[in-house]
Design a protein around this ligand. Sequence first.
Ligand code: MN
Length: 229
Amino acid sequence: MEFVYLGHSCFQLNLGGKKLLFDPFISGNPLAGDLNPQSIEADYILVSLGHGDHVADLVSIARRTGALVIANFEITEWAKAQGAENVHGMNFGSTRFDFGKLIMVPASHSSSLPDGTYGGQPGGFVIQREDFGFYFAGDTGLIRDMEWIPLHYGRIDLAALPVGGNFTMDYEDAARAAGYIGCSRIIGVHFNTFPAITIDQEAAKAHFQSRQLELILPPIGKSMTFERI
Ligand code: MN
């Protein structure tokens, strides 16, 4: 499984020959100046909530690539109204795609769209495959529901968790979340993009290390390959 970090909470997974793009926010990310959103390929675009720092490039990339937009029903209806025709609306629950089983799980946050449209409930995603389990928490504070994920949806081999604090979990809560989901290998997202979510990266990594956990804070544009733990 290949993970490519595109800044903030935006990343791409290359999974079973499919390209999955999450929370496309490149335009407007002050740290992602070297990336061109119009060069990003996608077969699927998964969106966890409606805020601008998660949907800024959603419609343009969806229209150019024809990728299937997967999000809560409110967000897919909004994307459709903006001209992204290929959408799959869902809500908390699971369904199957050719990349694996997808479970939309709760997140504790808010979710309005940039034009003020109601954005439904914010969520996270679990991807469950025979050879890999992945969890993206979206934007959320620490919630005990995370403990259910490995119990009900199988082993998590890699998780992307917000670590920037203020709007979401900080890295201390993300370390607690790693315990809840039983996953020792965490990619930190949603940090450093804005002053309010700036973190001390070395302190964050040391905090994880002292708990026998690994925190990966990838530079933007970095590609990494992961196998099952
Ligand atoms: Mn956000």
